[in-house]
Design a protein around this ligand. Sequence first.
Ligand SMILES: Nc1ncnc2c1ncn2[C@@H]1O[C@H](COP(=O)(O)OP(=O)(O)OP(=O)(O)O)[C@@H](O)[C@H]1O
Length: 609
Amino acid sequence: MEQGLPAVKGFIQQVVEAIAAAIGIEVMVFDLNRNIVAGTGETRVQVGHRFNKGSLTGRVLEHGQPLVARTPGQSLECMSCSRYGTCSRYIVAAFPITVKEKVLGSFCLVAINNQQKDIILANEDGLLRFLERMCLLIASAISERQIQQELNIMLNKYDNVVNSVHEGIISTDYVGNVIHLNRSAINLLGIDNEEIIGKQLTKLFPEFPDIKTFTKHKSTEIEISYSLKKKKKRYFLAVVVPVLTGENGNIQGITISFRNLSEVQSYATKLVGYGKYSFDDILGDSQCVLEVKSKLRRAALTDATILIRGESGTGKELFAHAVHNYSRRSQGPFVAINCSAIPESLLESELFGYEEGAFTGARKGGKPGKFELARGGTLFLDEIGDMPLHLQSKLLRVLENHSIERVGGTDTIPIDVRIIAATNRNLEEMIDKYEFRSDLYYRLSVIPVVIPPLRERKEDIFILIKYFLEKYCNKLDRECQILDECARERLYRYPWYGNVRELQNAIEYAISMSEPGQTILLEHLPQSLLAYHDELVNDVELSGDEAKGKGLKDNREPTTRLRAMEIEAIREALKKFGTTTEGKEKAAQFLGISLATLYRRLKDNEIIS
Ligand SMILES: Nc1ncnc2c1ncn2[C@@H]1O[C@H](COP(=O)(O)OP(=O)(O)OP(=O)(O)O)[C@@H](O)[C@H]1O
């Protein structure tokens, strides 16, 4: 890109022609390198030629001061010129052209005969002032061109940025005519630039609101639709920002950025949660697991509420994920909430959301609850048996009316959500004790399923062991390890009160305790497993009077003793990890039980508040 004088040489040539015609004297303009950029009369053919460094113009360029040679070729000013003594000029006056205090060229009046010399001498002062003005004129033309060039570079950069964003961007003038759209807008709408520039926005989006409604200095989110050529409709989520000017905020136009609604929804789903597991991820070929899978596959195709029962760690949540993924809602969110892990006071707002100002500390603008977040998808209500009674009634109303009201709000928000609930508590017993509403129970258990504990489907144990060995060796970048016969047998015999979760943790523990490639032995298994075995052996070895005599026998029932061991283990774990929420999470993981189970045990046994 040409810069400085050459960038405006066309304009300079016109100026010098006009001056020469008006005053009858030849004019020459030089750039910073002493090249003639423009010239009149006989100097016109010299355009592009370069003058020597010692010439009058060379010196003006070097020192930035005007010079006048009254007898060129003889005067003092010309002594350093290579043409000194031979110069045919009658008089030469040269002025510097300066932009931002930098000399960029020179402007010269040249008399090539006596007549022109007389003209200059007759009005020398006036002509020199005129020359000065002309230099300013050319300087401002150069500045203007520079600004224009910088502006073009900026516009190019802006265009690149606007075209590289994923969102479609459209801007309009103050009556809503499209003045610009970026590449993504063209792609999203499948139209050509020419088809839409200058047209009304409503030609694209027929239901678009009148742009005069966007008068506030803030952005507005709206949903817009566009009919493709084959009459197919596309939906977008758009953010409209008005361009306002002046104190009155007169609208100059609007800018709309938009993206596919389905894409936005899928991002939201990823943020909120999605169904991670499918039925194929649920291992086990025991008759009961196969039956539950087959029943839930059929149930997944409906929208009926499902109640999954089973001990902690049996895979209730896993099955809920699989149902979601197998259902028509698989592209929607999968949102899980554990009713026992959230303090009672917060559970209501977590489930139903709240409006701004609903309570002290409520977030500005309010907050959507899990029901709203799960829209179009599945809401998994884990540990439903721990839901307080007043929320049970509210939940029942939601299930019946398919709508919610946020805490502190009055609007009814329609909800399209499939509910899967789960519990390991005896709901029937709870109903008898008025701890669980029977009407909610019937509403939830439209499709009831029970996942049996692992100890009742021992044939699944080896399949699960093999899978977890592969999984955790893989995680540690190890060759898959195997178990020796004793360790296998011990794992098989263990009652797995923590079910698959406990088994999974036991295998992870054993792998961590063994060397890469080593066969896993008894000694690598968790202490709780080994202790259980020792306890059983003691039971057999020390029975009856003999044990009593030694004062060693614990006369409690084995289950009571197991429970005592469990409480002891919980105490030990809390000592190790602390009683903060984080400590409890770590303790639960260490023990191979869910956080909810840990809380329940703490509550049942009044270990800590
Ligand atoms: N059949 C199975 N195949 C593979 N993994 C399983 C299976 N069942 C459970 N798991 C794994 O065991 C762990 C516990 O499962 P999940 O959380 O679904 O149990 P849960 O019954 O919902 O437990 P809780 O009642 O304590 O919340 C998870 O890591 C899950 O992936």
